[in-house]
Write a protein that binds this ligand. Structure first.
Ligand code: BT5
Length: 308
């Protein structure tokens, strides 16, 4: 989980590189390079020494170094076989000042949904939480939650599962509307500026449906097992692209949305509204045309209704 390891991984991902060249490039001793390569071998990488330099012949299926290897996004990865909640671990890291770190676990024993609901997280899923420190007001944060839903939904589609998004950020299977993934964002900040942000995503990847609550499904059930390493990389890469260019988030979300143009019932903290969902506007509010006119809803539970 340190910067030199990441630099070694990035250099190896680009092609053969010799030990002295690596040491030179990274400004560390040859012994340090050798130690890192050795640690990668211990982590399951097959690193061959050829005349042209080190060549990675095989990457492990999953794990911190495996996800960082070839990752086109500036995040470091921390992997656990089992953890209570990756969001909890990410919050601890954030409180200690960390940023741009992804906490990943094979299994969570205390996974959380929104509003203190439990989130089933058996082994084989993709349970991940990213720590960020955006220079933005808290009011802008919801748009990045939508970006996470877009990133996850696109990765599900690349894996063959026809994913769509229900407002604000449930990832469902088109047609059956069974839930494949969810996003839980948490933050700390002052009125005008976010101190840290944790974006947690839970994807039922290589999980049997009978290990999940009713109404849930998995990538395995819809499209067969997925390469979790590639899946998480693609998710992080898409998220980072959208993070860098936030104007693209809402158009990308609209394209995947199954809520727009639908009759919905939305329960907010103070009321229940019914009408047609007509748009989503910055930073992620749902616009509903009701019998009393257009209403803009910033937070609530949305239910899709059958056409009247
Ligand atoms: C969510 O909550 O959809 C957000 C889930 C976020 C989970 C990730 S995993 C990594 C990170 N670490 C955590 O501890 N959390 C995040 P919500 O919209 O409140 O949905 C919760 C409801 O979905 C539950 O009440 C169940 O009905 C249902 N549910 C529970 N586990 C599920 C699963 N694995 N798949 C689909 N639905 C599930």
């Amino acid at each position: 989980m340190n910067d030199t390891r990441r630099a070694v991984l990035d250099a190896l991902a680009e092609g053969p590189v010799s030990g002295p060249e690596l040491a030179d490039r990274l400004g560390v001793s040859r012994a340090a390079v050798w130690k890192h390569v050795d640690a990668l071998r211990d982590a399951g990488f097959d690193v061959e020494s050829t005349d042209a330099g080190y060549v990675v012949a095989e990457v492990p299926d999953y794990g911190a170094a495996a996800v960082e290897f070839g990752l086109d996004a500036p995040y470091r990865v921390e992997h656990h076989d089992s953890v209570a909640s990756t969001n909890d671990r990410a919050r601890d890291l954030a409180a200690d000042g960390a940023s741009d770190v992804v906490v990943v676990a094979d299994e969570q024993t205390g996974g959380r949904g929104r509003l203190k609901r439990a989130w089933s997280s058996p082994s084989g899923g993709v349970w991940a939480s990213l720590v960020l420190r955006p220079d933005r007001p808290p009011a802008h944060v919801p748009v990045f939650t939508l970006a996470a839903a877009v990133a996850v939904a696109r990765a599900c589609r690349e894996a063959g599962a026809p994913a769509v998004i229900k407002w604000p950020n449930d990832v469902l299977v088109d047609g059956s509307e069974r839930k494949l993934a969810g996003v839980l964002t948490e933050m700390e900040g002052e009125a005008d500026r976010v101190s840290w942000l944790v974006v947690g995503a839970g994807v039922n990847a290589n999980v049997d449906a009978d290990a999940l609550p009713p109404g849930a499904t998995s990538v395995r059930e819809e499209a067969g097992d997925v390469d979790r390493r590639r899946f998480l990389q693609r998710t992080l890469e898409t998220f980072h692209e959208l993070w860098e260019d936030p104007d693209r988030i809402l158009p990308a979300w609209r394209e995947l949305s199954v809520t727009l143009d639908r009759r919905v019932r939305v329960e907010t903290a103070t009321e229940v509204l019914e009408g047609e969902a007509v748009d989503v506007t910055f930073p992620g509010a749902l616009v509903v045309r009701t019998a009393d006119g257009r209403r803009t809803i910033h937070a609530g539970e949305c239910e899709h209704l059958r056409p009247a």
